[in-house]
Design a protein around this ligand. Structure first.
Ligand SMILES: [Fe+2]
Ligand SMILES: [Fe+2]
Length: 239
């Protein structure tokens, strides 16, 4: 789901007789106009940060929305956000060095874990569903993306491990596993940055050279829909 400032967001009533709830989008905080949105609600005038569910739709009331951007542009924009997240993963690892061993993990660790689950895993799931099959088709080799898919599995495994280590420290009150957390954060950074660079250097040029602009716009729209679906389903890292 993408929106522009000034668009309307409408949440459909769940039961017969329920009124729709709507508001104005004041700000988009995700990459390329994606959620979360800052919304001013018509019914009470309050402004909140809103993560749309499957019952929410965006209405473009201004001039006609521009054509969907091409997949190479959309991916670079999305990846820019993920590169920044990779930097924050390293910062979170460094911040552990500064904390006393028995301290609770700092907020930055919570934030990067949340963003890895909300942004990286749905992005990878959409690539598995939409992008990688298309690249394999273009290359005429069904197994062409196997090595890249294996990196998605590794990212999933590392995010799950990060979640377990956080839980051990936060919920079960075990001594903060600083060393394990730090190692896992470094591993997430290494796999994520290698993976993003590989996609950008090896596969985006292929899409640019082999697909028409219209095909690349359609692919971007399909990726958007698949990413939204993965977010709504609530991708959990494998345990
Ligand atoms: Fe990927
Ligand atoms: Fe990607």
């Amino acid at each position: 789901m993408r929106a522009c400032v000034g668009d309307r967001i409408v949440i459909k009533g769940h039961d017969v007789g329920d009124r729709d709830r709507d508001g104005e989008i004041l700000e988009t905080r995700g990459a390329g106009g994606t959620p979360p949105f800052v919304v001013r609600w018509d019914d009470n005038g309050h402004e909140t940060i809103f993560f749309p569910g499957s019952d929410a739709v965006v209405q473009h009331l201004g001039p006609p929305a521009e054509e969907h951007v091409a997949i190479d542009v959309a991916m670079r924009s999305e990846h820019q956000h993920l590169w920044q997240l990779a930097d924050r993963v390293l910062l979170a690892a460094d911040s552990l060095d500064e904390a006393p061993p028995d301290d609770a993990p700092p907020d930055l660790l919570h934030e990067v874990f949340h963003d890895l689950v909300q942004d990286v895993l749905p992005h990878a799931a959409a690539e598995e569903q939409v992008l990688y099959p298309r690249i394999a088709e273009l290359l005429g080799a069904p197994d062409a993306m196997k090595a890249m898919s294996r990196q998605h599995v590794e990212l999933d495994r590392l995010v799950a491990r990060l979640g377990r280590l956080r839980e051990d420290a936060l919920v079960h009150g075990e001594a903060a596993p600083q060393r394990n957390l730090r190692q896992t954060l470094h591993a997430v950074h290494e796999v994520l940055t290698l993976h993003l660079a590989s996609e950008e250097e090896l596969y985006l040029p292929l899409l640019e050279s082999r697909l028409t602009l219209r095909q690349r716009q359609e692919l971007a729209a399909s990726m958007d829909e698949a990413t939204d679906r993965a977010r709504h389903v609530g991708i959990e890292p494998v345990s």
